[in-house]
Design a protein around this ligand. Structure first.
Ligand code: FAD
Length: 462
């Protein structure tokens, strides 16, 4: 039996980042991970493999649609699916191996296996029980389904199955027009699949700025995705090599059944804490099955903490990482803090979509008449040069103080551009602060400045 200051259960972005910071702050740290590699959902079957496939399929799209116009002639590349998967796997193993290296560098013990917590201060893995002053639950989440839809990972698959299909399906139906469904739907549409996305709500990406929802849907449809909103999926039927999906149009009319080679279920994820023994320990859960924590990520049981997808809040890798870092500070007797008002969200399609803070509608719900500065990428020279002038930057600012309340960007490198706004918001900046900052030309970032100018006397290039 070994004894630690901290044992973290789960080596996803929440757990591994928490472990590294704990070790850096001088705490004797171990991580229990049952998966064969470190990095959790994000590195193994989430953020990283999906981005590898988004990149390779985007390159194909560029070759097919934009090369000739730039004077690059010749046969466009064909898809070697096996090699594309190998490239994706190599990207994953480089990243998971990187975490293993960081564990060794920081002298963090990786206890291999599945953990349970028999009592506060003890973690059981196989036949061994380890002691810890503090235990951190960072066990993440798993795919969720909806009634009538059973995932068999053959023809009715989760996002995990979508990252390792044996071939590119001719017909793919995606249930759910959220981030994961649209990213993976885009991948297969670019690779030649006929893709239909079914969404229960009346707009895609529920919760996002309505302007962005409309523009994003139009762009995806132009790229060949069929998107049916207001579709209440009633069930799926998995056949041997095919599947069927039936939905009821919410506006009325007969049920519709679609045939597909593959049905991808992308209806969200649910917290995962199975096998830990939390019920017997008396750890309080929310009514949505998440581990309930206080402002310092402590559960209802002293000495047991929780972070990441398993607790309330956006299910995002960087949110888990920030909680991991902040909790390590708390455990080391310092002050850890996460600003939940400034957590960006990104969809890594082309164009990318990125948001932070409040939407225009949310600011209005707070009783404000916010300033809204909008600038289209059509007026941005750099975007035009790379065939990516669709989309816009929208900045929401307080009507009296001009303080930035939020932003939404749809356009080239939106997932990078959003951080300029995040930093500004962290510093309590006004839209004018951004507008008065010199931005290099020609960059996409100039569109952010122009949107900030649009909150005041107006942009220059529109
Ligand atoms: P996880 O990453 O889920 O890690 C939990 C780990 O705990 C797992 O490895 C699991 O094996 C282990 N574990 C569980 N129980 C035990 C136990 N009892 N004993 C030992 N080990 C245990 N987020 C983004 O921010 N950006 C993206 O681009 C993005 N893309 C995504 C794409 C897809 C397809 C998916 C599915 C998710 C994506 N996400 C993305 C979400 C992101 O992956 C999660 O928010 C993030 O991984 C949560 O981190 P975590 O540390 O809370 O848990």
């Amino acid at each position: 039996m070994a004894s630690y200051d901290v044992i973290i259960i789960g080596a996803g972005p929440g757990g591994y980042v928490c472990a590294i910071r704990c070790a850096q702050l001088g705490l004797k740290t171990a991580v229990v991970e049952g998966r064969g590699t470190l990095g959790g959902t994000c590195l193994n079957v989430g953020c990283i493999p999906s981005k590898a496939l988004l990149h390779s399929s985007h390159m194909l799209h560029e070759a097919e649609h934009n090369f000739a116009a730039m004077g690059l002639k010749g046969k466009s590349p064909s898809v070697d699916w096996k090699q594309m998967l190998a490239y994706k796997d190599e990207t994953v193993s480089q990243n998971t191996g990187g975490i293993e290296f960081l564990f060794k560098k920081n002298k963090i013990d990786w206890i291999k296996g599945w953990a349970s917590i028999p009592e506060a201060g003890k973690v059981k893995v196989g036949d061994d029980t380890h002691e810890a002053k503090n235990i951190v639950i960072a066990t993440g989440s798993e795919p969720a389904s909806i009634p009538g839809v059973e995932i068999d990972e053959k023809t009715v698959i989760s996002s995990t199955g979508a990252l390792e299909l044996s071939k590119v399906p001719k017909k793919l139906v995606v249930i759910g027009a959220g981030v994961i469904g649209l990213e993976l739907g885009s991948v297969y549409a670019r690779l030649g699949s006929d893709v239909t996305v079914l969404e229960y709500m009346d707009a895609i990406c529920p919760g996002m700025d309505a302007d962005v929802q409309r523009t994003f849907k139009r762009i995806l449809e132009k790229q060949g995705l069929e998107i049916i909103t207001g579709a209440a999926v009633k069930g799926t039927e998995a056949l041997k090599t095919k599947a069927k999906v039936t939905y009821a149009p919410k506006k009325g009319g007969d049920d519709v059944t679609l045939d597909a080679d593959i049905v991808l279920v992308a209806t969200g994820r649910k917290p995962y804490a199975d096998g830990l023994g939390l019920k017997d320990l008396g750890v309080k859960m929310t009514d949505r099955g998440q581990v309930d924590v206080d402002d310092h990520w402590k559960t209802s049981v002293d000495g047991i903490y929780a972070i990441g997808d398993v607790i309330p809040g956006p299910m995002l890798a960087h949110k888990a990482e920030d909680e991991g870092m902040a909790l390590a500070e708390v455990l080391a007797g310092k002050h850890g803090h996460v600003n939940y008002g400034v957590i960006p969200g990104v969809v890594y399609t082309t164009p990318e979509v990125a948001t932070v803070g409040q939407t225009e509608a949310e600011a209005k719900e707070d009783g404000l008449k916010p300033k809204v500065g909008k600038f289209n990428f059509m007026g941005n020279a750099r975007a035009k040069a790379v065939h990516q002038s669709e989309g816009f930057v929208k900045i929401i600012a307080h009507p009296e103080t001009d303080r930035i309340l939020g932003a939404a960007i749809i356009g080239p490198a939106a997932g990078e551009l959003i951080h300029e706004v995040c930093v500004a918001m962290e510093f309590g900046a006004s839209a004018q602060d951004l507008a008065l900052t010199c931005h290099a030309h020609p960059t996409y970032s100039e569109a952010v400045r122009e949107a900030a100018l649009a909150c005041g006397d107006g942009p220059i290039h529109s």
